[in-house]
Design a protein around this ligand. Structure first.
Ligand code: SF4
Length: 264
């Protein structure tokens, strides 16, 4: 659902840019097609995983058509509600003329590390550049520390200012049944804080990589705190937590104890 709503939002904006006529009455069928397309691609990947693990994937389950109908209905509601946001309205009415969309998959190189800190939409108002990320399913309503890293993407980008004060970070999150809009002006302090956070994340990833070793021993990866998370996790088939989270945690704890006792 998340991907299908995002895809339709971008299609709507790009059709406006390219002056292609858009019919809002086709939204439900577009969203349905997007959901079915995602399912098709996921099943293709699952077949590859099944070949590799030589057993049936736990992620393979049929979604009844009533569930697809429900997802389409929810997605349409979130899409229409999103399009009413003043930022989007200003783009569609050409009050904002300088704007661009980006893919979250775009990579930013930072000291030889690949970061995914690209905003979804940026636009210019007066001399300020605005950077927006939106999430169709969110667990928070405020600008997250993680999304402040968009500032680094922006100040390193050719054609955008290098002064952090010339940016505003926006987040639009679907939270508790409505779109919650939060924003924060960029600053030197934000630049330093988010850089510290990026460095800490890189360090944690490197530590984890060292811990897993060259064979990438997945028994050592940090496990989820709740097995509900595992039910929809894409790594379920290959992660020890995907089979039985409690057992995987116990095994991990005993491995840790064994490791520390052999070091003594
Ligand atoms: S299956 Fe593994 S990686 Fe996925 S949420 Fe559970 S513990 Fe985490």
């Amino acid at each position: 659902m998340q991907r299908s709503v995002r895809m339709i939002v971008f299609q709507r904006l790009e059709s406006h840019r390219n002056k292609i006529p858009w019919n809002d009455s086709e939204i439900a069928s577009k969203i349905r097609m997007a959901i079915m397309g995602t399912r098709f691609r996921q099943n293709k990947t699952l077949r590859l995983i099944e070949k590799r693990i030589r057993k049936s994937s736990k992620l393979k389950f049929r979604i009844p058509s009533s569930e697809i109908d429900r997802l389409v209905e929810i997605s349409c509601l979130r899409y229409h509600s999103f399009m009413k946001n003043p930022i989007i309205q200003n783009i569609l009415s050409d009050d904002i003329t300088e704007w661009y969309t980006f893919s979250r998959l775009d990579a930013t190189n930072y000291r030889g590390n690949i970061l995914h800190i690209t905003p979804d939409i940026i636009w210019k108002k007066s001399s300020t550049w605005n950077l927006l990320r939106f999430s169709v399913q969110s667990s928070h309503s405020e600008v997250s520390e993680e999304n402040m890293s968009m500032l680094h993407w922006a100040i390193r980008r050719t054609g955008l200012p290098s002064n952090p004060n010339r940016f505003i970070i926006h987040e639009l999150n679907w939270f508790r049944g409505k779109w919650q809009w939060s924003r924060k002006r960029g600053s030197e302090a934000m630049e330093i804080d988010s850089l510290n956070l990026i460095n800490m994340d890189i360090k944690a990833m490197k530590n984890l990589h060292d811990k897993l070793g060259p064979a990438c021993d997945l028994s050592q990866i940090p496990l989820a705190s709740n097995e509900k998370v595992c039910k929809t996790c894409g790594h379920r088939d290959t992660c020890p937590g995907g089979d039985d989270l409690t057992r995987a945690k116990l095994e991990q704890a005993s491995l840790e104890m064994l490791k520390s006792s052999t070091k003594l």
